[in-house]
Structure formats: structure tokens, C-alpha cells
Design a protein around this ligand. Structure first.
Ligand SMILES: *[C@@H]1O[C@H](CO)[C@@H](O)[C@H](O)[C@H]1NC(C)=O
Ligand SMILES: *[C@@H]1O[C@H](CO)[C@@H](O)[C@H](O)[C@H]1NC(C)=O
Ligand SMILES: *[C@@H]1O[C@H](CO)[C@@H](O)[C@H](O)[C@H]1NC(C)=O
Ligand SMILES: *[C@@H]1O[C@H](CO)[C@@H](O)[C@H](O)[C@H]1NC(C)=O
Length: 394
């Protein structure tokens, strides 16, 4: 308001016309009075600002603190430290400790654009991390399995399907896992509908475990039994060690969303109790089938597709830790989610900041894994890179 008037006031007396001297003088006088008034107004404003600004800052800080302290409410509680307060009338308080991962990922494989050079990946779809923190990558669109040693800038191609092992070349490897006992790699190859076991030391023995299966994910339990989802038959099958024939262990009642059904299942995880967790991709949910169960239970999602905390949108990779927390590659939401059995909604672990290639973003992640130290790795598929998120305990 005043700025413009001051400007006008300053320029007016410059008028050169002599007839206007008197008017000029009165204008000057008016200007003087106006300036005096303005100085008073400005002083008042300054005083008001000086008094109010710190109050506002203090208030904002208080609200921030409140927000921060309530923020981890829906993240999973790992351990509880019990503290007794001085006041005997207040209840014993439990202060939760949180397992968290840094929100900015570090690219540890690929990230050099889509391509087939040794420092590149092309839609990495499934990952496995061994005890030496080497990563096996189902480098899907490059039709190859790559082993990326810790701190290496390039990956090494594992020669699956090369002359000598009796296998046809890979076509569209979706998922890779390791059979430690047999020092073998198990691969889910959607392109030629098969699950193969490739022995590192003994490649001529490589097996085609399942021909004709449109496998969406594969895993192995401590007993050496192999589990594969069957994407087009809406079930999960298992081969017990040494068995030639598989049996159905989840789904198998046609396509649908009843508790005994699945729809386009993909990644599979088996825990110590031999419970099967399957990413029921077409139903936007994760199902858990206890050993021998006739139907599953919904442990994540199942509320249609969407990006609310109680929803998933094309879930793929699923990993369950020893505390029963379920980690999910929520592909089309570009985020990794964590649920616990019984939760009505999950929480974002990393990503969830829109589709993109910034360090805190993901672009259609399809798989995740943890190393022995608990750091999180994500196959950031459409960014053609593998991201690592460091663990820290709050
Ligand atoms: C790698 O990509 C280039 C360019 O697309 C292609 O010409 C070449 O054949 C590819 N090499 C292999 C081994 O796939
Ligand atoms: C880890 O590295 C050591 C030493 O290079 C090697 O002997 C061992 O077989 C490796 N383990 C795995 C799981 O690759
Ligand atoms: C190679 O495969 C054969 C046949 O399955 C098996 O008898 C032998 O023990 C294997 N050797 C190694 C080193 O794994
Ligand atoms: C797995 O092996 C253990 C012993 O190693 C055995 O007690 C258990 O019954 C086996 N479980 C299955 C599902 O085969």
C-alpha cells in the first residue's frame, strides 16, 4: 500500500512548471505528513512483526515436533524397551524401537541406462542376495542371469543355457534363487515356461524341473523343497526334495478371489514353519497359506487396487522377516510396503514418492531382498538398477 504512494510522492515535485510551485509546496507538505505517518505505521508494523515472528516459529516448531513423534505410529514395532516413570500413578510406558531404512537408495548395480553392457541391466525382475552380499539378478530383458559382486561396478554373466549344460538359452527369466545344499541356481523362465536348476560345479547335470509351467516366482525351503507359482493356473506347486512330480500347495480352485483361490500369483516366500506367502498379484493382495491349509488368509492388501495404505497395486516380490513382518514390492505404486499379519493397513518402507529415478524414488519395483546385515535391496525394474537402502535402528 505505502510503497506505491511513496513512489508517487517522490516523483511529483520534479515537475518543472512554475505555475505549480505552490501546489508543489503543498504536495511536499502533504508528502512530509504522509512520510511521518508512514514512518509511524512502519514502526508499528516492525514492532508487531518482531513480537509475533518468534511466537509463530515456536508454534510451528511445536507442531512439527508433535507430528514427528506421532509419525512412526503405523510402522512396525520391533522391540520394546520398558521404562518406569518416576510418578508411580502413571502407567509403565513402552517405548518402541523402530527398524528403518534410509530413504535415499544407493545404486549398487546397473543404473547406467537400459542396455546389455556389463555395467547395465535391462528390466531386472528378480534378485537374490547371498551371504557374501553378491547379488544374483534375473536380468529379464537381457535374457540372462547376472552375478554382481559386492562393490563391483560390473556384473558377470552366469552362463546358463550355454553349450554344455544341455539347456536352451534363457528367454525371459523372472526370478532366481539359490539351492545352497546343491550349490545350484534355480531360475523361473517365463519365456519358455520352465523352472530350471543349474549346478554351478556340475553344469551338465542341470535339470528342467518343470516344463510347461508359466512360473511367476520360485523359492526353496530349508528342506530343499522347491515352490513355484503357476501364473496361468492360479496356484502354487511344490516339489519335495527328489520328487519328480509337484503337488498343489496353495490355490488350485480356479481363478478368483475366494480365500482358497488365487489370480495370477507371482512371487512366493516360505517361512521356517513352511507357511507359504504368495503375491496374489491379480487380486492386489498377499495370501498366507499355513502348512497343509485348505485355504489362505489375506495378510496384506485385498482392498482393490489403489495407493491408499490399505491397498496394493500389482504386488510382486514378497519377503517375510523372522518377526513376521511382510515386505512387499508394491510395483505400480512405486514403493516398498510393510505389513504385519492382522494389520488393516501397511506402511511405506521406501519409495512412495511417485514414479522417478531420484534416490528416494522407484519406478515399478518388482522384487526385494535383505542381506545378512539387514540392509534392503530393491530391483528397481524400470530404472534398470538395483537400489540398496541402509538399515538404521532408531
Ligand atoms: C547388445 O545390444 C546391442 C544393441 O541393442 C545389440 O546389437 C547386441 O546384439 C546386443 N548383444 C547381446 C549379446 O545381446
Ligand atoms: C563367499 O566367499 C568365500 C571366499 O571368496 C567363498 O569361499 C564362499 O564360497 C562364498 N560364499 C558364497 C555363498 O558364495
Ligand atoms: C554332478 O552330477 C552327478 C549326477 O547328478 C552327481 O553324481 C555328482 O555328485 C555331481 N558332482 C558335483 C561335484 O556336484
Ligand atoms: C524338514 O526337515 C526337518 C528335519 O530336517 C523335518 O523335521 C521336517 O519334517 C521337514 N519338513 C518338511 C515339510 O518336509
Amino acid at each position: 500500500m505505502s510503497r506505491n504512494q511513496i513512489g508517487l510522492c517522490d516523483s511529483e515535485p520534479v515537475a518543472s512548471n512554475s505555475q505549480q510551485t505552490l501546489t508543489d509546496r503543498s504536495i511536499l507538505l502533504k508528502c512530509f505528513e504522509k512520510k511521518k505517518l508512514l514512518i509511524i505505521i512502519i514502526s508499528v508494523i516492525i514492532v508487531v512483526l518482531v513480537v509475533t515472528i518468534p511466537t509463530v516459529i515456536i508454534k510451528t516448531k511445536t507442531t512439527n515436533t508433535i507430528k514427528l513423534s506421532t509419525e512412526p505410529r503405523d510402522t512396525a514395532t520391533e522391540e520394546f524397551t520398558t521404562t518406569t516413570t518416576d510418578n508411580p500413578s502413571t502407567e509403565v510406558q513402552t517405548k518402541p524401537k523402530y527398524k528403518k531404512w534410509k530413504q535415499h537408495g544407493i545404486t549398487i548395480a546397473g543404473g547406467n541406462g537400459q542396455g546389455n553392457q556389463s555395467n547395465q541391466l535391462s528390466s531386472p525382475h528378480g534378485i537374490y542376495i547371498d551371504d557374501n552380499t553378491s547379488i544374483l539378478i534375473a536380468d529379464r530383458d537381457n535374457k540372462r542371469i547376472v552375478e554382481w559382486k559386492s562393490n563391483s561396478i560390473i556384473g558377470q554373466i552366469i552362463k546358463v543355457g550355454s553349450a554344455g549344460d544341455g539347456l536352451d538359452p534363457l528367454y525371459m527369466p523372472f526370478e532366481v534363487t539359490v539351492d545352497k545344499q546343491k550349490n545350484a541356481i534355480i531360475i523361473c523362465d517365463v519365456g519358455i515356461k520352465r523352472v530350471i536348476r543349474w549346478f554351478r560345479e556340475n553344469q551338465t547335470n542341470s535339470e528342467n524341473l518343470a516344463a510347461g509351467i508359466l512360473c511367476g516366482g520360485v523359492t526353496i525351503d530349508q528342506n530343499g523343497s522347491i515352490y513355484s507359482s503357476v501364473w496361468n493356473n492360479h496356484m502354487v506347486v511344490r516339489w519335495k526334495g527328489g520328487d519328480k512330480d509337484a503337488i498343489v500347495v496353495a490355490g488350485g480352485f480356479g481363478q478368483g478371489d475366494d480365500l482358497n483361490q488365487l489370480e495370477k500369483p507371482s512371487f512366493v516366500f516360505v517361512d521356517k514353519d513352511h507357511s507359504i506367502y504368495v503375491s496374489d498379484t491379480g487380486n492386489q493382495r498377499i495370501m498366507k497359506w499355513k502348512k497343509g491349509a485348505k485355504q489362505g488368509i489375506v495378510v496384506a492388501g485385498g482392498n482393490g487396487y489403489g495407493n491408499n495404505f490399505n491397498q496394493l497395486f500389482e504386488p510382486y516380490g514378497v519377503v517375510v522377516d523372522n518377526l513376521g513382518q511382510i515386505f512387499i514390492a508394491d510395483c505400480s505404486n512405486h514403493r516398498i510396503m510393510r505389513w504385519r499379519e492382522g494389520d488393516t493397513e501397511g506402511s511405506v518402507v521406501v519409495g512412495g514418492n511417485g514414479q522417478g529415478d531420484d534416490p528416494n524414488q522407484l519406478y515399478r519395483p518388482t522384487d526385494l531382498s535383505f542381506d545378512i546385515e539387514g540392509h534392503l535391496y530393491v530391483a528397481d525394474t524400470d530404472n534398470h538398477r538395483i537400489q540398496k537402502y541402509e538399515l538404521y535402528i532408531e
